[in-house]
Design a protein around this ligand. Structure first.
Ligand SMILES: [Cu+2]
Length: 155
């Protein structure tokens, strides 16, 4: 009788711990879509936090507001900017994948109904099998990313 009372709370604690590890550990922060030009494609950015204890691999994304979504990497070679498609991007345990302008991003082909302040729904696909839905805000430019890269003169 006595040993049973001791055992029961121990099981309950283990169960709560296991559940908390399972839930909500892969999260998306600050998703947004940069308003084009050009109109035929648009780039999306976000941070994906992998707070699990295993590698999670981003293998693709879909959106009801685009014909197709690809994972892209921006490259600059000989001063010419281009992009290449990535089939997957690994996110090590405890790390964050940052999708940002001039780096890795999601590319929407033939985006529909984009307007400033609007929302774009994405479903992100991961390996091991997992899906995450997020709402990205349509912005004309990222916060604090107003271009000051122009030519300041110092006279
Ligand atoms: Cu791209």
């Amino acid at each position: 009788m006595r040993s049973r009372r001791v055992l029961f709370p121990a099981i309950a604690i283990f169960f709560v711990w296991a559940w908390s590890v399972e839930a909500g550990e892969l999260t998306v922060e600050d998703p947004w879509v940069m308003l084009p030009p050009p109109q035929s494609v648009a780039a999306a950015f976000m941070k994906i936090h992998n707070d699990t204890d295993e590698v999670v691999v981003l293998v693709g994304a879909t959106s009801p507001q685009a014909d197709r979504v690809e994972i892209h990497q921006s490259l600059v070679s000989d001063g010419v900017a281009s992009m290449e498609e990535l089939k997957e991007v690994s996110i090590p345990a405890g790390e964050t994948l940052v999708l940002a302008p001039k780096g890795t991003h999601l590319m929407l082909f033939e985006p529909k109904g984009l307007e400033e302040g609007g929302q774009v729904t994405f479903e992100l696909d991961f390996k091991p099998e997992r899906k995450l839905t997020t709402q990205a805000e349509v912005r004309r430019m990222g916060p604090a990313r107003q271009s000051h890269e122009g030519h300041h003169s110092h006279h």
